[in-house]
Design a protein around this ligand. Structure first.
Ligand code: SF4
Ligand code: SF4
Length: 142
């Protein structure tokens, strides 16, 4: 039997407006893998240990220790610059690249529209196909 079509079978619209909402405000978690930490360290010309000490912290989550970027005072991501945006855009962690097609966001129409209240890029702009959304959600970096 074929799997049932997802609620987003017709695709979803998203084009980032660069508003910065998702990189600013209250502190959150921007998870990154050790490979991503190494790539960011190399991008910044830093030794991996120095990068981890300066820009990341470890948090216990779901019974395991995970690495997240730190925030500036006020909660903005440490790599967000007002007026410029993400200063490590080409090397940003997977969860930044896969937004808003995260598993928990595309889980239901309601979850999608809840998140869209904070992200003006959702429900506008480019139409993304359902198979791309499903693949992204299955490996969203969270
Ligand atoms: S909140 Fe949405 S539109 Fe704004 S920067 Fe983030 S992804 Fe782009
Ligand atoms: S790494 Fe870049 S895209 Fe990701 S939260 Fe920080 S400023 Fe935003």
């Amino acid at each position: 039997m074929n799997a049932p079509s997802p609620w987003f079978a017709a695709g979803l619209k998203f084009t980032c407006t660069q508003c910065g909402n998702c990189c600013t405000g209250a502190a959150g978690f921007t998870w990154l893998s050790e490979d991503e930490a190494d790539a960011l360290a190399a991008h910044l010309g830093l030794d991996g240990e120095a990068f981890r000490m300066r820009y990341t912290r470890l948090v216990w989550r779901d019974g395991q220790q995970k690495r997240t970027l730190i925030e500036k005072p006020g909660g903005d991501c440490v790599f967000f610059a007002r007026g410029t945006g993400c200063t490590v855009y080409g090397q940003r962690p997977k969860q930044c690249r896969t937004w808003p097609f995260w598993g928990r966001i595309v889980a239901s129409r309601e979850d999608w529209h809840d998140s869209a209240r904070e992200c003006p890029g959702m429900n506008r702009g480019a139409l993304h196909a359902a198979d791309h959304i499903a693949r992204t959600a299955a490996d969203d970096g969270l």
